[in-house]
Design a protein. Structure first.
Length: 304
């Protein structure tokens, strides 16, 4: 099945960063079963590519996940990242900033959590909260104790510029960045929040503030439109992925990650001549690549 990942990519400075895909869109999958089978195929390939990423040791992969409450970020991480070796991945959840966090610039806590070369890191929320939540709740700027001249009418555009510069620097140093906005409809969010109230196994997920934030839906959508439009770049693109069906979002994100890693042309490094010669001597001393079994097979062949 052919999946056009570029169809979900947000063009730079787009007036409609959410694109032509509605939150409930499931094209090109004809059914949930087909999407889940496709996901399994992508996870097998993702595991292979992760091994090459680690062995190659020249790149890191940073995945930024953003979306409204109940957008499916946690379940996407659970289902897509189960396809990789846990030793080579870190998931970082960005909660309310600590006092130490707000004593630094807004990119500081993200910079500390960046992946090392050969590693994959998933940011569950990210530094983008400072142009989303903080924009919807401007009173949070007071807690950041910024200089007065820094809190002007252009603060959001300036932060967009800072983010783009930050991401460009990371890309130049070998960190590949892919950012995913889980495009959830307001009605589907309502259904998921209700499930948290009525399903005992999901009660623990419910927070009263989720309802208060839901009242600011339109303000959040404006903030997301501006952020995606201003910060989707060639080196750090956004993908607006329909999220009303979790199985669809998982399949799309998995394929996007596979295509991203394939584009790096990752290779297993070759041994230097000196090490290769030593390896060949060791193999020979141990009786060849198959050891004693290989000797017996050769003898049987000669006798035959």
């Amino acid at each position: 099945m052919k999946v056009n990942i570029d169809a979900f990519r947000v063009p730079a400075r787009s007036r409609d960063p959410f694109g032509a895909h509605e939150p409930g869109d499931t094209r090109p999958f004809p059914s949930k079963q087909r999407a889940e089978a496709y996901l399994e195929q992508q996870l097998q390939r993702l595991l292979q590519l992760q091994e090459r990423l680690y062995a190659d040791g020249r790149h890191a992969l940073l995945i930024v996940l953003q979306g409204m409450d109940a957008g499916g970020k946690d379940s996407l991480i659970e289902h897509v990242m189960r396809g990789v070796n846990p030793q080579g991945i870190r998931v970082v959840s960005f909660k309310v900033p600590t006092e130490e966090d707000v004593a630094h610039d807004f990119l500081w806590r993200a910079a500390k959590a960046l992946p090392r070369r050969g590693e994959i890191a998933v940011f569950n929320r990210s530094y983008y909260e400072d142009v989303l939540v903080v924009r919807v709740h401007p009173e949070l700027l007071e807690r950041q104790r910024l200089p007065r001249k820094a809190v002007g009418d252009d603060i959001w555009e300036e932060r967009f510029e800072d983010i783009c510069t930050f991401e460009r620097h990371l890309a130049r140093e070998g960190t590949v960045i892919r950012k995913v906005f889980l495009h959830l409809s307001k009605d589907e969010q309502r259904q998921r929040l209700l499930a948290r109230l009525t399903d005992p196994t999901k009660n623990w997920k419910f927070e009263a503030k989720d309802l208060a934030e839901r009242e600011r839906w339109n303000a959040y959508m404006r903030a997301y439109r501006d952020a995606l439009s201003a910060t989707s770049t060639r080196h750090a693109p956004w993908y607006a992925v329909p999220a009303d069906h979790k199985w669809f979002a998982r399949a799309i994100v998995a394929r996007m990650l596979v295509e991203t890693l394939e584009s790096l042309k990752l290779r297993f490094p070759e041994l230097p001549p000196r090490d290769r010669a030593a390896m060949e001597r060791t193999v020979e001393a141990l009786g060849g690549p198959h050891g004693a079994h290989g000797d017996r097979r050769r003898n049987r062949t000669l006798r035959g």
